[in-house]
Every structure is written in C-alpha cells, then in structure tokens.
Design a protein around this ligand. Structure first.
Ligand code: PMP
Length: 360
C-alpha cells in the first residue's frame, strides 16, 4: 500500500495492523479471528432491538453511565473506575496516548504479543522495547520485571492470556510486575481472560498503576457491536476520559450501550458459553495431539499449534481449500510454523479435525 507524498513522515512510516480475513463466501468454518462461535445473549439481542425502536433520533449518553454502572457493579468497583470505548482496540489506543506517549523512554512488551501494540507505538511515536518470550513461548516476567525496575521505561503492556500463544500468567506474576514498576502504568490486556485465565481486575484497588482492559468481542459474543472496557483507579480513568473527549472519539452508540449492558446482566448465559468454549478447547486439544500436533497450553478461546512434519503456511492454505479458515502469522520467524485456531462449536471443531485428518 503506497501513501501520498503529502503525508506526514509518521503516517508514511506506519505499519498498519493486518486484520484476519472476514470472508465474503458464506458457509466457511471460520476459526481465524477468535470470535465466539455462539451468538450473543438473547437478552442482549432484545435490548438492541428495543434501543433501535426507541430513541435513535437522539444522541447517546456521552458518559455511557448506565452501562458503566452495570459493569462496575459486576466487578465490585465504583463507576469512576470503569471506562468504555468502541472496542478494546480503541480503549488501547487511548491508553497508549494517555500513558505511554512523551515518557521519553521505551514501552516494554513481550516480543510476541498482540500485534496492535506495535502499531499504536508507531502511531503515537512511542519506542517499543521487546523482551523475548521464554523457551516455552511464555512471557518472561522475571526479565520484564528486572528491566522495568531499572527505570527509564514508559510502562509495560502485555496480554494475559497472551496472544497468539494463549498462555496465561498467574496473578502473582502480574503483581510482580506492578511492584517492579510502581511509577509507570502496567497495562494488562485481558481480552481472553474469561475462558480460564486469572483476572487482575480485583487488584485495581491496591495498585494505582494498574490498567486492565477487557472486550465484549470474545466471551460475550459481541465482536460486531464494538465494546471494550478499561478498569483502573480514578485518576487513570479520568485521563482516558480526557483523551476520549479531546478526540473525535464518540461515545458508544445507543445500540452498543443497551446491548452491552444487557449482556452483563445475563451472567448465566455468559458462564454457560464460556464453559462450552473451554470444554471444546480441551476436546480439540486432544484431537489435535492425536494427529501429531504440538499444542501450547491455552487459557484462551484458541489454540496455538504446530505439526513437526508439516509447513504451517501450506496447511493453512490447504485448510482454506477445504473451507476451513485458521490464522497463520508469517512473522515473527519464531512462530511461523504455528497455526492459531479459534475454538468453534463442537461441529466446527469436528469439521476442522476431519479436514486435517486428510492432510497430516
Ligand atoms: N486485545 C487482544 C489481545 C486481541 O486479540 C484483540 C482482538 N483482536 C483485541 C484486544 C481487540 O478486540 P476488540 O477491539 O474487538 O475489543
């Protein structure tokens, strides 16, 4: 993609995020972008329909107060400790701008993690300092903590469970980082935590430097609605509000506020679908191991796998020919032999395993 020579050098130098394929052909087994295979809660759908019928001619609540109150109550927090944005990608964008820019020092992150972090660094002019993963592709917290304790860093960002590996860190390791880096924000992106990870939201009261980011795109089946959440002490949330109100950045629309709120009010459905995904994940893991795949331990709604005898890019292309989509990252080199496979319904997982059986 070439850009106009009239662009600022920053834009000319950007390396934008490459999203996973959203296919136009219907009927594919879509296991490539970690969406939830189950539909949203019926209560969320009903609330969206109702919001569509009432009041769309009016602007939405700029503060999303009712939604934030519901989310705060769910986590035992105060409404002032909850921020919402249009997807967690937007929440992350505001957070990078609010906390990591102008620090005059690099932002620390694992070298393999959610690739959008590097994109935001490019956008906001933040230097990224990458800490290699350990031999098992886990986040090396000792290294990160030791480096952040030396000072001269803008903060730390990581995903827990990490993406695209799916490996989770116990809370004690998050606390280790928070304590090593008390003067800077430690941003913990918990996009996948509800599928079996340990959430740091309960630590918010104790750590003024902790910002936890959640999304409704995964465990609440609302990727199409675009709702993300941040949890932190009030001064951090106030900073995010200040950035949001200084941008275009519009509040959540009426449909999103209503649907997200109803999704949080249907805990039974949330727990049931998370459990179903976690169960399918364990079944899929065994089936893939049976086929000879090496599967990393996952606490997320996806598996990161490699086959010792088969090239990952070729396998992804062959699966595509058989109407099954999975994700392959050609870079970084260290993970180029892996496939990231989202956990589907039992029927989708079966279709994947059948297709693989013919290939490996
Ligand atoms: N964080 C991580 C680790 C992710 O994998 C994703 C999804 N690609 C996001 C954040 C963004 O999710 P959303 O913008 O849909 O909330």
């Amino acid at each position: 993609m070439s850009v106009s020579s009239l662009c600022s050098p920053v834009v000319a130098g950007l390396q934008p995020y490459v999203p996973g394929e959203q296919p136009r052909i219907p009927g594919l087994v879509k296991l490539n972008t970690n969406e939830n295979p189950y539909p949203p809660s019926p209560r969320a759908l009903a609330a969206i329909a109702q919001a569509a019928q009432q009041g769309l001619q009016l602007y939405p609540d700029p503060q999303s107060l009712a939604l934030r109150e519901t989310i705060a109550a769910r986590h035992g927090l105060d409404v002032g400790q909850v921020f919402v944005g249009n997807g967690s990608d937007e929440v992350l964008a505001h957070a990078f701008f609010a906390f990591f820019q102008h620090a005059g020092a690099p932002l620390l992150m694992p070298d393999i993690t959610y690739s959008f972090y590097r994109v935001y660094c490019g956008l906001w002019g933040i230097a990224a300092e990458l800490q290699p993963l350990d031999a098992g592709l886990g986040i090396d917290v000792d290294q990160l903590a030791a480096r952040s304790a030396q000072g001269a860093c803008a903060g730390v960002v990581l995903a827990n469970p990490n993406a695209p590996t799916g490996i989770g860190l116990p809370l004690a390791r998050i606390e280790q980082l928070l304590q090593a880096c008390p003067q800077r924000v430690v941003l913990v992106d918990e996009a996948y935590v509800d599928f079996g990870g340990e959430s740091a939201v309960g630590l918010v009261a104790r750590y003024p430097n902790l910002l936890v980011v959640h999304t409704l795109s995964k465990s609440r089946s609302l990727a199409g609605l675009r709702v993300g959440v941040a949890f932190g002490q009030r001064p951090l949330i106030d900073a995010l509000e200040r950035v949001k109100d200084s941008f275009n950045s519009y509040p959540l629309d009426r449909l999103a506020q209503a649907g997200a709120r109803a999704a949080y009010e249907d805990e039974a459905y949330f727990e049931q679908t998370c459990r179903a995904v976690a169960q399918s994940r364990e079944g899929l893991l065994l089936a893939l191991e049976d086929l000879g795949f090496v599967v990393l331990p996952s606490q997320a709604n996806f598996l990161f796998v490699r086959h010792p005898d088969h090239d990952a890019a070729t396998l992804a292309a062959q699966l595509r020919e058989r109407a099954v989509l999975v994700r392959h990252f050609a870079r970084p080199e260290r993970i180029a032999q892996y496939l990231r496979i989202s956990v589907g319904t039992p029927a989708q997982c079966d279709a994947l395993v059948q297709a693989l059986r013919a290939l490996v």
